[in-house]
Design a protein around this ligand. Structure first.
Ligand code: MSP
Length: 510
């Protein structure tokens, strides 16, 4: 038997802080990763999707203490809710990693020794302005009024013995990678990163003596490994767990052909776009592609965040409208890469206006016509579609090309919009052809056969975005969507008599 040697695709989300439940902004990061995985699978890739939780550090320790609970017990509880959310949102991850797992801890400790042996780590003393909440030191030139540039909390002056990572040597290297490769998307974030951080790149303090909840340096137990150095390595340590399909080298090795996309929100590009590639380089690994999305902001334009008390609970929204609607709305109405607002009113409008009026309507009316004119059985094509509509077939093929083009440019929003245009074209085709007035049997058969084939195509294009609707479509067509090779399947003779014509989405009344 010839085994197909499939290309590999590795996609990751940031690992989330389990200091409270996740809001819709976090769900957004994970959703993007899920859609990319589903898309790549349809292209024939072997895929691996990693998400998880970032459980160490001062913030978690303080929150647990304030509730009088041991930090591990505290995070155990919160993690349950993370997993519930991913299930409700139909997130198909392959590994949920926790930085408190023993495999991860061992990996981080060993790598510390490796980096030290390679001469990338030295011991010194740190003095600087530190944000306890974001667990980050900020260079003086980034700070105004002693406030954290991210969360606006007061910074504290900190002086302590610390190990350092020699990143300063990599200033020119990382600048060059950022400017000349596709390390970071969207490209326009590159300059802000270079101006704000790379130009003043200082060696990174990578241990703390002042905290206790974290991974200890093996041979120097009073030092705890800085939470970001701990957390970033989850993307590597996952491949040291039992039963993982690939070895680290196959993914991260300099010669590996595995495509790696890492989803991050724009505020953590500093870590993923600068320190992370440097660490990888120190370990002789290759660069990933970092995809930085914007923020979900409130009506007034503020970042949705717990500390601003303006969060929307995704579980409530999913329970009210269904996961497909939330998945669809987040991608459709927020241009990926940019900030965007989440408004329930807009969600309902998109739901009714697109999913109900365009998609469901197309499917339902086509099925009813087949039931009415063809005894419920999809007819064979009687003539060539070009004789009926000169342009449509060409247009639709073109849309499919554009859809793929947008996916390969990470423009999920535009790819989704193209899938909807595909549906609009089919609706227009029905409106102009008016099958109910056609007497020529061959023409009618061709139109209905063509509609069914293209509804199937649009369902394939939508399948990375819509999970429940895809399952319903698979039942109607009695066929699984597994690959883009399934496009243009001819459904002649398919019996649709048992299909009800209330497919999918029904109008949400406010
Ligand atoms: N633990 C770190 C990541 C370590 S990865 C090695 C962290 N966690 S977080 O829980 O604060 O945030 C995780 C992700 O959620 C980030 O990508 C962040 O951008 C995203 N979001 C948090 N609030 C958001 C919005 N309001 N909108 C969109 N994404 C947001 O950072």
């Amino acid at each position: 038997m010839i085994m197909e040697n499939k290309n590999k695709f590795f996609v990751t989300t940031p690992i989330y802080y389990p200091n409270s439940n996740l809001h819709i902004g976090h769900a957004y990061s994970t959703l993007i990763a899920d859609i990319l995985k589903r898309y790549k699978k349809l292209q024939g890739y072997e895929t691996f999707f990693l998400t998880g939780s970032d459980e160490h550090g001062q913030k978690i320790e303080d929150t647990a203490k304030s509730k009088n609970i041991d930090p591990k017990n505290f995070v155990d509880e919160i993690i349950i809710n993370f997993k519930i959310l991913w299930k409700l949102l139909d997130i198909d991850y392959d590994h949920f990693i926790r930085t408190t797992d023993k495999e991860h801890i061992n990996y981080v400790q060993n790598n510390f020794s490796i980096l030290e042996k390679k001469g990338h780590i030295y011991k010194g003393e740190y003095e600087g302005l530190y944000c306890k909440f974001d667990e980050t030191f900020y260079p003086q030139n980034q700070v105004k009024n002693n406030e954290c540039p991210e969360c606006k909390r007061k910074l504290i002056s900190l002086k302590e013995e610390s190990y350092f990572l020699k990143v300063n040597n990599y200033k020119e290297w990382i600048k060059n990678e950022l400017l000349t490769t596709d390390l970071l998307w969207p490209k326009y974030r590159t300059n802000e990163l270079i101006n704000n951080f790379v130009n003043n790149l200082q060696d990174l303090s990578i241990t703390r003596k002042s905290i206790t909840w974290g991974i200890k340096v093996k041979n120097d137990n009073s030092h705890i490994i800085y939470v970001w150095l701990d957390a970033l390595q989850n993307y590597l340590s996952t491949f040291t767990y039992k039963n993982k399909p690939w070895k680290i080298e196959e993914v991260w090795g300099k010669n590996s052909k595995t495509e790696i996309i890492q989803i991050v929100g724009k505020e953590i590009t500093r870590f993923h776009g600068i320190y992370w590639p440097i660490i990888l380089n120190m370990l002789d690994y290759k660069n990933p592609k970092i995809l930085a999305h914007g923020w979900i902001v409130s009506e007034s334009g503020d970042k949705m965040s717990k500390s601003l008390n303006n969060v929307i609970d995704p579980i409530k929204v999913i329970k009210k409208y269904g996961s497909d609607v939330v998945r669809f709305f987040l991608i459709y109405s927020i241009q990926i890469g940019e900030d965007g607002k989440f408004s329930e009113d807009n969600l309902v409008n998109v739901f009714n206006g697109i999913l109900v009026n365009k998609y469901s309507n197309l499917v339902n009316r086509t099925i009813s016509m087949i039931q009415k004119y063809c005894e419920g059985v999809v007819p064979s094509q009687g003539t060539n579609i070009i004789k009926i509509d000169k342009n449509l077939d060409f247009q639709l093929k073109n849309l499919i090309e554009k859809y793929h083009e947008n996916f390969s440019n990470n423009n999920l929003t535009q790819a989704l919009k193209i899938a909807i245009i595909y549906i609009e074209e089919l609706n227009k085709f029905i409106d102009t052809q008016k099958p109910w007035n056609i007497n020529d049997e061959k023409v009618l058969a061709t139109i209905l056969n063509y509609l069914i084939k293209n509804i199937w195509n649009s369902a394939i294009l939508l399948s990375p975005f819509l999970v429940k609707a895809t399952l319903e479509i698979e039942v109607i067509f009695d066929k699984k969507i597994t690959s883009f090779k399934d496009l243009n399947f001819d459904f002649k003779n398919l019996n649709l008599n048992s299909r009800s014509n209330s497919f999918l989405f029904t109008k949400y009344k406010k």
